[in-house]
Design a protein around this ligand. Structure first.
Ligand code: XIL
Length: 344
């Protein structure tokens, strides 16, 4: 029996080649096909809901990317909602999807000051209790995805813009040594997984990126297992760090023997949308990809891939449209700019 497919889906899926076979010509134009030739991983953050409910979303992910990051599913409040209960439903679903499609997974994130569950926020714990909680959490989550997650953001956003250490439940309750303990515990749980420090606003050369540099250099000097730095790269097309500074920062981190991943890139645009703004945005995506290719970053990951589902309008009032596919899943100039950068 023939199942009728609505006309608009035929049209969109046709354009995107979602039905193309793995060997089909249109796949040869995909980001991941070109990225594999250049030796770089290209990826996107993934939300569990549309992955389950929206076949176009899953189809484009599978077609375009070779690495995924769960956008929220592995954060403390979601994966460890009660003291004695973990909830792996969404994270397992994303990891299975990735592995079924021969994609790598970046685990995000083990230690962060945000998206902490209520049970941790509403009680006073002693230092010993917090040490036990964090060690147990890291050990449980990393062990579950041993051999499946390729790199972990062990600690996320621990440094303030002025370069000082951020105060948080972990910093205040355990002391600044929580950072090195977290890396050690993660390494104990999976000695083969790569461990990253991840942050924003330290992409170029400034006080914050100096502090990140000093932190990771200090960890390395102490023999703490750390393998890379994630540069989040939440940019806007009107203002972003000087590409020469981004290049210099990536170089100095790599000179320490660390890997550098672009972990959460988006380039938000002030509403209303215009053709010029989309071109500006494309230029930023292209520039960062060119730096990455030149410096041999191992991964270039965007924070989502379609403007249909993005954190931007919820967090930056009056801004939107930061990703490389629009809300109807049409590729934007930014997508084409990445294709061009990978080809050249
Ligand atoms: C964001 C998610 O995209 C949102 O859905 C959630 O409500 C808040 O967190 N830096 C990070 C990411 O490291 O985890 C954040 O993700 C965006 C900023």
């Amino acid at each position: 029996m023939k199942i009728p497919i609505p006309l608009f889906l035929c049209f969109t899926w046709g354009i995107l080649g979602v039905f193309a076979s793995e060997s089909g010509d249109s796949l040869k134009e995909s980001l991941k096909f070109l990225a594999e030739k250049r030796g770089i991983l290209v990826g996107a953050a993934v939300a569990a809901k549309p992955l389950k409910a929206d076949p176009l979303y899953a189809g484009i992910l599978a077609r375009e990317f070779n690495i995924l990051t769960p956008e929220n599913a592995m954060k403390f409040e979601n994966i460890h909602p009660e003291p004695e209960r973990y909830d792996f439903a969404d994270s397992d679903a994303i990891v299975s999807f990735a592995l079924d499609h021969h994609m790598k997974v970046r685990g995000h994130t083990l230690v962060w000051h945000n998206q902490i569950p209520l049970w941790l926020m509403t009680k006073d714990y002693t230092r010993d209790e917090l040490v036990k909680i964090l060690q147990g959490h890291i050990s449980e989550v990393v062990t579950r995805y041993k051999g499946k997650v390729f790199a972990w953001d062990v600690v996320n956003e621990a440094i303030n813009d002025d370069g000082t250490l951020r105060r948080s439940i972990w910093h205040d309750g355990i002391g600044p040594e929580y950072l090195e303990l977290a890396f050690k515990w993660a390494h104990e749980a999976d000695p083969d997984v790569m461990l990253f420090y991840n942050d924003y606003n330290g992409e170029g050369l400034n006080g914050k990126s100096d502090a990140v540099y000093d932190l990771v250099r200090g960890l390395l000097a102490k023999g703490i297992p750390i393998h890379g730095v994630g540069l989040q790269m939440h940019l806007n097309a009107g203002w972003y760090p000087d590409p020469a500074d981004i290049d210099g920062n990536i170089k100095r981190l790599m000179d320490l023997g660390l890997q550098v991943h672009i972990t959460e890139m988006d380039v938000r645009l002030k509403e209303p949308l215009s053709k010029e703004k989309l071109e500006e945005q494309a230029k930023v995506y292209r520039e960062i990809m060119e730096i990455c290719l030149r410096r041999r970053c191992q991964a270039y990951i965007t924070w989502g891939f379609t403007d249909r589902y993005s954190w931007i309008p919820h967090y930056f009032f009056g801004w939107n449209d930061g990703l490389i596919f629009d809300r109807s899943y049409q590729p934007k100039p930014a997508y084409l700019a990445l294709i061009e950068a990978l080809k050249n």
